[in-house]
Ligand binder design. Structure first.
Ligand SMILES: *[C@@H]1O[C@H](CO)[C@@H](O)[C@H](O)[C@H]1NC(C)=O
Ligand SMILES: *[C@@H]1O[C@H](CO)[C@@H](O)[C@H](O)[C@H]1NC(C)=O
Ligand SMILES: *[C@@H]1O[C@H](CO)[C@@H](O)[C@H](O)[C@H]1NC(C)=O
Ligand SMILES: *[C@@H]1O[C@H](CO)[C@@H](O)[C@H](O)[C@H]1NC(C)=O
Ligand SMILES: *[C@@H]1O[C@H](CO)[C@@H](O)[C@H](O)[C@H]1NC(C)=O
Ligand SMILES: *[C@@H]1O[C@H](CO)[C@@H](O)[C@H](O)[C@H]1NC(C)=O
Ligand SMILES: *[C@@H]1O[C@H](CO)[C@@H](O)[C@H](O)[C@H]1NC(C)=O
Ligand SMILES: *[C@@H]1O[C@H](CO)[C@@H](O)[C@H](O)[C@H]1NC(C)=O
Ligand SMILES: *[C@@H]1O[C@H](CO)[C@@H](O)[C@H](O)[C@H]1NC(C)=O
Ligand SMILES: *[C@@H]1O[C@H](CO)[C@@H](O)[C@H](O)[C@H]1NC(C)=O
Ligand SMILES: *[C@@H]1O[C@H](CO)[C@@H](O)[C@H](O)[C@H]1NC(C)=O
Ligand SMILES: *[C@@H]1O[C@H](CO)[C@@H](O)[C@H](O)[C@H]1NC(C)=O
Ligand SMILES: [Cu+2]
Length: 555
């Protein structure tokens, strides 16, 4: 054990240098510990990895194997999810609690072991149990294979920029209390940029500063690790060139505003084309419906080398909170690079054509405030968390844990974005939708207007998907597919489905296992906006789930 730990420390130290020399096995040690977060102007301890907020960055190259030993030293159950990592055949390392693994309990440890295949760019890791990911998250940087250049001009420097949300109150206590009586969770007290809060009353955060030199180009690796908020990002006086999202290359385009949902990542080039000065960096929330949101703008500064001590700061205008057109323009401009080297392999024939309604509902609840509970669901099913991990239940054929009757289409079609029906109740269940190995899937994610229509960032584990179409209102199966982009649609793992609208995604089910699909607004996941796919093993030698590791936690 001691020798192993020593190796890990040496390797982590070597990774402080950005030039990773060869494709290897990279070891990390994640100690989950309480830490007083000084950047957050609070003396209250938060749950962190290695005492850092945001947590440590995983640096690796495409084709590397990453081994992370997670040791739990806090009073909470913990799991870690490597958000966007394909986890080909290694679902045991995916991380969502009770879906692919039982939690790592206090005092226990677990080794995540996965290979980065066919991906390069920026992703994130985060806790995937209760609301711990608010403070337990960090960046994953996957460099191209050694000798393979970026498909864009090589930047002079790279910077990681992580957005988050911060609550003054203890977040685990809050969510437990809220769930007992069914209240709407409090919105956060501040957004954060690399752990620094914005201007919060009675809080003297020094704020995040990005130091630049005139004439140089920076690759910003931007991560939205916020819990519930889709965000806009701007840098005063500078354009950004988007080159990659969710660890897939895009056709480059220039923009002054980046729209980014929780769980999404965006790489953008920023050229320091001014001489000196200070420029405002701002993140602000997007919310185009009547749902409460943390409406504070978090700010930082971009500062040129050689700028005198107290320069005036160049400001920028914040997009209106309900700036739906800005989100649409941004999403519509995202296209796969689709080059010979990085083709867009969009499935052109579809084996499973699914329509999933996504939204909230209201169920009776005797012990709740007002006698009812706000829930959420997909195709009218509110997902009930099991107490045995589904991947184990599947692998060992343990019956009674879940059923494979998740409806592929609404059982009762209705006007999804019209006047809601009088009955807003949902069904309960731990249901999976089963897919044959290598079958092709199209899902139309259809927002509903129950209570309030809302934009939902939907995340699929184990896969990237192509975003072939989107629109407002109800999906029209006769006409909308005529406008699908099957040539160069953006490829990603998380997509914001527009408020009272729909988004169509396609993927090839070439990764056997149990894979979670859920809203990445934690409030909606908590309410049940989640389901799983069961993807069968194939017949070939490399088409089955690998056996579970010997240290897999038990429930
Ligand atoms: C956090 O700070 C408080 C007040 O200074 C102190 O009492 C407490 O021990 C600290 N906790 C940790 C985990 O450092
Ligand atoms: C990681 O997984 C590989 C392939 O299954 C296995 O050979 C290796 O021993 C594992 N490493 C650790 C540290 O568990
Ligand atoms: C929610 O916020 C309100 C007002 O800001 C505060 O009084 C209350 O204690 C918070 N609730 C929880 C559970 O933290
Ligand atoms: C309970 O009902 C009141 C009155 O209709 C409403 O204002 C309040 O938001 C409801 N509370 C919850 C938790 O739904
Ligand atoms: C800020 O601190 C002052 C003095 O301690 C206190 O009176 C005031 O209520 C605080 N304001 C907020 C918003 O917490
Ligand atoms: C932000 O939200 C609070 C309530 O949560 C509200 O009182 C305030 O007016 C809002 N501010 C803006 C600028 O919308
Ligand atoms: C669905 O509802 C919308 C909004 O009320 C309405 O414009 C539309 O005509 C309705 N569609 C159908 C098929 O009834
Ligand atoms: C959802 O399921 C509940 C419970 O079975 C039912 O009462 C309700 O009508 C269903 N709603 C829809 C839109 O299918
Ligand atoms: C749904 O499940 C919850 C708890 O998991 C339970 O309290 C509720 O009664 C169930 N509702 C229905 C309609 O089965
Ligand atoms: C998967 O399906 C595609 C067609 O969609 C086919 O070209 C490919 O050979 C299949 N791969 C395997 C491993 O069966
Ligand atoms: C299976 O995987 C191994 C190791 O990655 C590889 O050497 C072998 O060629 C693969 N076999 C097939 C049929 O793809
Ligand atoms: C931690 O996980 C175990 C196994 O599922 C469970 O029995 C226990 O109740 C959990 N503890 C907490 C505090 O949630
Ligand atoms: Cu996730």
């Amino acid at each position: 054990m001691a020798a192993w730990a020593r190796t890990a420390v040496v390797v982590v130290a070597a990774l402080m240098f950005p030039a990773l020399v060869e494709s290897v096995v990279r070891h990390y040690k994640f100690r989950v510990v309480l830490k007083n977060a000084t950047k957050l102007c609070a003396t209250k301890p938060i749950v962190t990895v290695n005492g850092k907020f945001p947590g440590p960055t995983l640096h690796a190259r495409e084709d590397d194997t990453v081994i992370v030993r997670v040791v739990n030293h806090v009073q909470y159950n913990v799991t870690i999810h490597w958000h966007g990592v394909r986890q080909l055949r290694t679902g045991w390392s995916d991380g969502p609690a009770y879906i692919t693994q039982c939690p790592i309990q206090t005092g226990q440890s677990y080794i995540y072991n996965f290979t980065l295949t066919g991906q390069r760019g920026t992703l994130l890791w985060h806790a995937h149990i209760t609301w711990l990911r608010a403070t337990v998250h960090g960046a994953i940087v996957i460099l191209p294979k050694l000798g393979v250049p970026y498909p864009f001009p090589t930047p002079d420097k790279e910077e990681i920029i992580v957005f988050g949300e911060w609550w003054k109150t203890d977040i685990e206590t809050m969510i437990n209390k809220v769930m007992q009586v069914s209240l709407t969770p409090n919105v956060s007290d501040s957004h954060t940029i690399n752990g620094y809060t914005g201007p919060v009353p009675n809080c003297s955060s020094k704020g995040f500063t990005l130091h630049v030199e005139s004439g140089k180009t920076y690759l910003l690796r931007i991560i939205n690790a916020a819990v519930n908020d889709e965000l806009f990002f701007k840098v005063a006086g500078h354009q950004l060139t988007v080159v990659e999202v969710d660890a897939t290359y895009t056709k480059p385009f220039k923009t002054d505003t980046i729209f980014i949902g929780p769980g999404q990542t965006t790489n953008a080039l920023l050229t320091a084309d001014q001489y000196t000065g200070k420029y405002l960096i701002a993140i602000s929330p997007f919310m185009d419906t009547v749902v409460a949101v943390d409406n504070l703008t978090a700010i930082g500064t971009l500062r040129y080398k050689g700028t005198p001590a107290f320069p005036p700061i160049t400001l920028t205008s914040i997009p209106p909170q309900n700036a739906t057109p800005i989100t649409n323009t941004f999403m519509d401009r995202l296209r796969s690079l689709n080059s010979d080297q990085y083709p867009a392999n969009v499935p052109l024939t579809i084996d499973h054509s699914l329509l999933f309604t996504i939204g909230v509902g209201v169920n009776p609840c005797a012990t709740c405030v007002n006698g009812s509970r706000v829930v959420a669901g997909i195709n009218n099913v509110t997902f009930v968390m099991p107490t045995t991990a589904l991947l184990q239940a599947h692998y060992y054929s343990i019956s009674g844990v879940f059923t494979v009757d998740f409806p592929g289409n609404p059982l009762i079609p209705f006007n999804y974005t019209g006047t809601p029906p009088a009955n807003l109740q949902t069904m309960n269940g731990t249901k999976a939708y089963r897919l044959k190995y290598n079958s092709t899937v199209q899902i139309v994610l259809q927002g509903t207007s129950f209570i309030a229509p809302e934009s939902h960032p939907i995340h699929l584990h184990g896969y990237n998907f192509y975003v072939v179409g989107k629109g407002v209102g109800n999906f029209d199966p006769n006409n909308d597919p005529k406008n699908f982009n099957l040539v160069d649609p953006v490829e990603r793992n998380t997509i914001s489905v527009p408020t009272a609208g729909w988004t169509a995604i396609r993927f090839n089910a070439d990764n056997p296992g149990i894979w979670f699909l859920h809203c990445h607004l934690e409030v909606h996941t908590t309410w049940g906006l989640k389901m799983v796919f069961l993807v069968d093993n194939g017949n070939g030698p490399n088409e089955s789930i690998l056996p579970p590791p010997s240290d897999l936690p038990t429930c």
